[in-house]
Design a protein around this ligand. Sequence first.
Ligand code: PLP
Length: 381
Amino acid sequence: GFYMIYLDHAATTPVPRAVADAMYEVLTEQFGNPSSQYPMGLEMKRRVEAWRQTVADALGCGGKQLFFTSCGTEADNWAVTAACWQNRHAGRHIVTTAVEHSAVLEACRWMERQGYEVTYLAPAQDGSITAEQVLSAVRPDTALVSCMLVNNELGNIYPIAEIAKGLAARNPQTLLHTDAVQGFLKVPCSAKALGADFITISAHKIGGPKGIGALYIGQRVKNPKPLLAGGEQESGLRAGTEATAQIAGFAKAVELRLEHLEDKLRHMAEIRDYAVELLSAIPDLKILSAPGGAPHVLSVSLVGWPSQNIVNDLGQQGICISAGSACHQGKPSHVIAALKLPKKVSGGVIRLSFGPETTKADIDGCAAALRQHHATRMPML
Ligand code: PLP
């Protein structure tokens, strides 16, 4: 194959056979359009609603509050624009963080071009963002707070529930969005407990297919702005024939991941701790992820060695890791840049990320390759 050791589960995950099989059936045999009025169509409509319920149950919300989208990016874009639309008469200010995924950041930049003012909160050097920090940036004209649940490059968990509670006192009109793409089925992520008005999730981070996500829209959002105008799909809010196979795969992936979920998360945390132990012994290697983060993400820096060279070198050996984030190949990502680390540290950042399939032998192989890289390759000037 193309790889021997896959340590990039925050970028995407392998699809288990049972998920692919569920999708295959929907692509080939049960291929009907859920809007069709004969039995195959009606049956598909029923099944899409059952799959929606499966995903909604995992998110702790009602099926009526969950809308399928073509990806997490689409759900993020929708949340930002829908929140601004609902609050268009209340104010034109957005609070977000400098370490959001580009799907949120670029949506906010688009709002800036439309006259909105955006506050980008800087994290502390360990990547943390506090609820007080977020709340003190909220003003009477703040339409939206968008803060992710788990940072995709560092694994930090942000205090969404605390932000939600604080917002109720600070400005009850402000809507709260959380990008939970890296948090869903990795850390506690029930819609009820989080208290956000919008929650983004995506299937391909939990063993589902790429190209399917969902947005939770809470009851405080009255008459949400449709994302795509057209047919009656997704309650008329996101028109377009349902991506039945992708939705089937999403639901199957959720079902599978939920089996012994606690064991899987404990396993990932053990793998992470094992990686911390092994990698810490490599000269010039610095652990960046703060303790207490999500179990599947570990950010480290081989201080002085350019991360792109590390990724290339290990890649040649069939070891898949990421330089910060898959979206920012080449230069230090905006997330790493926001930590304001010394150049030699930020230039050497790599991310290892884990799934239920990851083994200690994978970590052994990666650690050996990193040690070898350090011993034989040139550091930066
Ligand atoms: N938000 C975060 C935090 C992510 O890690 C990702 C991953 O790609 C996304 C959003 C985008 O999700 P998708 O790839 O489904 O568009």
